[in-house]
Ligand binder design. Structure first.
Ligand code: ADP
Ligand code: ZN
Ligand code: ZN
Length: 747
């Protein structure tokens, strides 16, 4: 790896800044630090402390200060002068060879600086100099004799002495009782103070927790047996099962077998499905304490869980996308649930897709990976259709409940009330009176999408974005959903003083309309505004679960995971918004959301009904979806993508740039486009630069350039050329730019 740098310190060439005296040292190491550097930096070790190893942290002089760095590999000085490592911070590597290899692959694949990638894989608590050493006591010879003779007086002293004796090794001080007790042990010459690496222990489950597994049905059993037959090697499995078909039971049966063989299992789920109920279900059934890894943990909790996994003492890990990089010394199986979910792709900074990283890792670890979904991504389906992944299907609901019946409601020329057609109103009433619960899905929060003036055409817009402000009536504010800007609601049109009216429909308004029309049935709203407070979400879900709320209104939040057995009607308030989305993934996303939300209906005895409001009842995607033939929808979609030369039939990367001045960002991408065009043949398509769909956000003008190729290596060569031609990830003039490989979102 080259010792390159990007000159972020003005007027200073870091390659020289880090160099100084000694050219004669035999051994050097390449290390990385966080920051916009593509390469690593070379340092040597002075004196004769134990040398570092790849995956350990070191402290190094860097420019005019010191930084914590991670050692990547030994290097040769190549006649260059290098500066010395100031201190080696770890006695054992934090990242093992396999994890480091994965991080290096990911940095190269996603064209992201390696230092950022490596540091993002460490728990926050280890990104600094934090030492894993803790105070400890070691037993002395006198202590051993005292323990064997039973001469200790006082129960607490005796307990501590016996604990030391039984451990046969130093024990962390905090595990040996009160400070006064420990002091007495030392004073009596039975123990001496020392230090040790804090153990990465993980608790055993409480006794008698094991839950009973249901008897698997034929399809489930076939799936479990197929994967079980190949547990000792890499294979990718797509487990495509309709909502409620018992995919989780299949995971549980597989995980049970792998845990029984003493190996580790990593389960990655989208952020929103990592609920206490899910963790509890795994814990109870598998009789283990899962190590949970997600961004909401306190630093100490995350450190403890991460270390226990990295040490191999925690055998089951359940986490969100960042768990994809946790070291697994005894790997046995990887599961990615809801593999189609966009939340598995990191959308800022290091833009990796956890599913794709994990498929790569599973191959490298030589363990099977199971990708589960009711609505697999087109990428994954295509691999399965081509035979690269094995394809397992669960076609029936495990509880015997029938799949819901789906119809669309043509709302052209219908008298609408708060976005609801008379037919949908009647259906809601019918289901409520029959004792069912009703769920209404609308992908826009707030009361109305905008305030408009009918007299002069004024619209309340965000001063910083090319977007309308959303009216949130309950807090009496207008809010921008893109940058967070807020302002009060004007009493009249600021430009002509006419009264203002509302346009568009949000969840708040829907809630009001339903509450007025169906009083006394109890209503719960599930969206980011309504569930912001701590515990509010759990309480809302509990109200639905207990049947106190018979009406549920919500956004995307409704789509995922929650199992509400009483729901018999799902209403999709506005299908058109998604059907006519500008993004090429619009139809795929819509199909996924619709089938997932429909899957909330009729999970138990009550047969489910799904009604979809649209102005375009003949839309081909909608027609095919009503037959609930997801694979047929996706096969048609794949043909269209091939026709349009779009992913997944092409490898794609998006180069984004934004700046306070539009000209700066556009000119930058035009230069980048020229650089790649001049050197790539007709293997590479370069689209743009064009304005991003949201052309201005938080005061910055946004442009993008889409690169497409049938050949992955051609695309990646082009991306290296982009980096070369720019020379820096922070080129000045307030410009920010980034590369998004396999973008899932062109916004
Ligand atoms: P999915 O993960 O596909 O949504 P789950 O595994 O959560 O499905 O199962 C849906 C429901 O069906 C759960 O209540 C689960 O307990 C139940 N279930 C799963 N498999 C069986 C089975 N073989 N027999 C009876 N009930 C089952
Ligand atoms: Zn006006
Ligand atoms: Zn804004």
């Amino acid at each position: 790896m080259a010792g390159g740098c990007c000159g972020i310190l003005p007027g200073m060439d870091l390659d020289h800044a880090v160099n100084s005296v000694r050219a004669d040292v035999p051994t050097c190491w390449t290390v990385v630090v966080p920051g916009p550097f593509f390469g690593g930096f070379t340092y040597h070790l002075e004196g004769d402390p134990p040398p570092p190893a790849p995956g350990m942290r070191v402290r190094v002089p860097f420019g005019r200060s010191e930084r914590v760095a991670v050692v990547i590999e030994p290097a040769s000085a190549d006649g260059q002068e290098t500066r010395p490592i100031a201190a080696v911070l770890d006695a054992h590597p934090l990242l093992d060879a396999e994890t480091l290899a994965c991080l290096r692959w990911a940095a190269a694949y996603y064209h992201h600086p390696l230092g950022d990638v490596v540091f993002s894989a460490l728990p926050k608590a280890l990104r600094g100099t934090r030492d894993l050493q803790v105070d400890a006591l070691a037993l002395t010879e006198a202590g051993r004799e005292a323990a064997e003779a039973g001469t200790a007086r006082g129960a607490r002293q005796r307990d501590a002495l016996m604990a030391l004796h039984e451990a046969g090794a130093p024990v962390p001080a905090t595990a040996l009782g009160a400070a006064s007790v420990r002091r007495r042990l030392v004073e009596r010459g039975w123990a001496r103070p020392t230090s040790m690496i804090a153990p990465a222990d993980w608790p055993d489950p409480p006794e008698g927790q094991g839950g009973l597994a249901p008897v698997l049905n034929d399809e489930q059993r076939a799936a479990v047996e197929a994967v079980s037959a190949g547990l000792a090697r890499f294979d990718a499995w797509l487990l495509q099962g309709v909502t409620g078909s018992g995919k989780t039971e299949v995971y549980l049966a597989l995980i049970e077998r792998v845990l029984a063989s003493g190996r580790q299992v990593l389960v990655v789920v989208p952020e929103i499905s990592l609920t206490p109920q899910l963790i509890e279900r795994f814990a109870r059934r598998l009789d283990v304490v899962p190590a949970v890894l997600h961004s909401g943990l306190a630093d100490g909790e995350r450190l403890a869980a991460w270390r226990a996994v990295a040490a191999g003492s925690a055998r089951l890990v359940i986490g969100t996308r960042s768990a994809a990089f946790v070291p697994l010394p005894r790997p046995g199986l990887i599961v990615v649930d809801e593999e189609h979910d966009a939340a598995l792709k990191q959308q800022e900074g290091f833009l990796y897709h956890a599913r794709d990283v994990l498929v790569w890792r599973a191959r490298q670890l030589d363990v099977p990976i199971v990708l589960g979904s009711a609505t697999p991504s087109l990428e994954t389906l295509r691999h399965a259709w081509a035979g690269r992944y094995h394809h397992l299907r669960l076609t029936r609901r495990a509880t015997g409940a029938r799949m819901p019946v789906m119809h669309c409601l043509d709302i052209r020329a219908q008298p609408m009330e708060g976005g609801l057609s008379p037919a949908l109103m009647r259906a809601i009433e019918r289901h409520l009176l029959a004792g069912g619960q009703v769920m209404l899905y609308l992908n826009r929060r707030g009361y109305a999408s905008s305030l408009v003036c009918h007299a002069c055409g004024w619209v309340a817009g965000c001063p910083h974005c090319d977007a309308f402000l959303t009216w949130h009536r309950q807090i009496g504010r207008l809010r921008c959903h893109h940058c967070g800007y807020e302002q009060g609601v004007p009493a009249e049109c600021p430009s002509c003083q006419a009264p203002l009216s509302v346009r568009g429909l949000g969840t708040e308004q829907l809630e009001d309309v339903l509450a007025a029309r169906f009083p006394g049935f109890g209503i719960v709203r599930l969206d980011r505004d309504a569930t912001a407070g701590k515990g509010v979400m759990a309480e809302s879900l509990a109200r639905v679960g207990r049947g106190e709320a018979r009406l549920v209104v919500g956004t995307q939040m409704l789509v995922k995971g929650h199992d509400f057995p009483g729901v018999s009607l799902v209403g999709v308030v506005n299908a058109d918004q998604a059907l006519f989305a500008s993004d090429f993934r619009g139809p795929e996303r819509f199909a996924q959301s619709l089938l997932q939300v429909a899957g909330r209906a009729g999970r138990a005895e009550r047969p489910g009904e799904v009604l979809v409001q649209t102005h375009d009842p003949e839309h081909p995607v909608l027609r095919r979806l009503l037959d609930q033939d997801y694979e047929a929808v996706m096969a048609a979609e794949l043909a269209e993508r091939e026709q349009a030369e779009l992913p997944p039939t092409r490898f794609a990367a998006l180069v984004r740039a934004d700046a306070p001045e539009a000209g700066v960002a556009r000119a930058f991408l035009a230069r980048v486009a020229n650089a790649v065009r001049s050197e790539s043949g007709d293997q590479l398509a370069v689209w743009g630069p064009v304005s991003a769909p949201l052309a201005r956000r938080a005061g910055r003008h946004r442009f993008q350039l889409l690169l497409l190729s049938r050949v992955r290596s051609t695309l990646h060569q082009a991306l290296w050329r982009v980096d070369e031609s720019v020379g820096s990830r922070r080129p000045g003039q307030g410009l920010r730019w980034s590369i998004d490989v396999d973008p899932i979102d062109l916004a």
